[in-house]
Design a protein. Sequence first.
Length: 291
Amino acid sequence: MNRDIYQAITERFVEQLKRGTVPWQKPWFAVQNIVSRKPYRGINSLLLGSAEFRSPFWLTFKQSLDLGGHVKKGEKSTPVIYYKILEKRDETGKVVLREDGRPACIPFVRWANVFNLDQTEGIRAPSITASQSMSPPLERAAAIVGNASLCPIHHAGFAACYSPRDDVIRIPAPSTFHSQEDYYHTLYHEMTHASGHGSRLNREGVTERARFGSEPYSREELVAELGAAFLSNEAGILDSVRFENSTAYLGSWIQKLENDPRMIISAGPASQRFHHGHRAQGIAPGVPDFA
């Protein structure tokens, strides 16, 4: 993918950070494509959901024309990314097979420009079907923990962390948190770390030693930040979580993202993989705890 697109997407997040807003700590609504009606996922849900538009519908310039309308003059697009999967081929053009006999595939990152429906004219908004009745947010939050089945969770001490060596999450008792929403959000952060264990998603930031503040460590922390946001938003508790966006916290992420424009793009899919419950194989000995 063109480096300029990495830069453009990262600059959108940095701009919000400089305004004192952390995009992955802000509740977002179910943004979707107006034609396919499919919701945007992962990093795209953050990009589009944190934009200052009322409509949940987005579309490309061509889609606006196909629907009989047009994008208003002077409106700026928002980039979104997507993945195309291509079969790997050898020098003769023959498809390369994996050990299990299936074709080996290579994911390619692509991008597209979209506009919010509010940026168009001549297009009627589709009706939004009333959502089905759902269980209370805290019940959904607890169900997410119960369904994950990652590793043991020990309630003890005064700090939350995940130990890859023991494959255990340690977290203070729920009663010590300001609210139950804060407890679950913190637990989701550690659960996202746990998803990177070698026996699951086998993420470098978890399976190998990472010095505090190093690029792998920072990337893994961003994965956990996003994972907690995705899960809290799914449970319906994100708008009730307390965040302390200190100057030091915001400045730290601004520096990290400006130093590595690819970080936010690579962290989004990594956290999204856990969100959708994928698993991998391997081991993770002798690596530091993650808070």
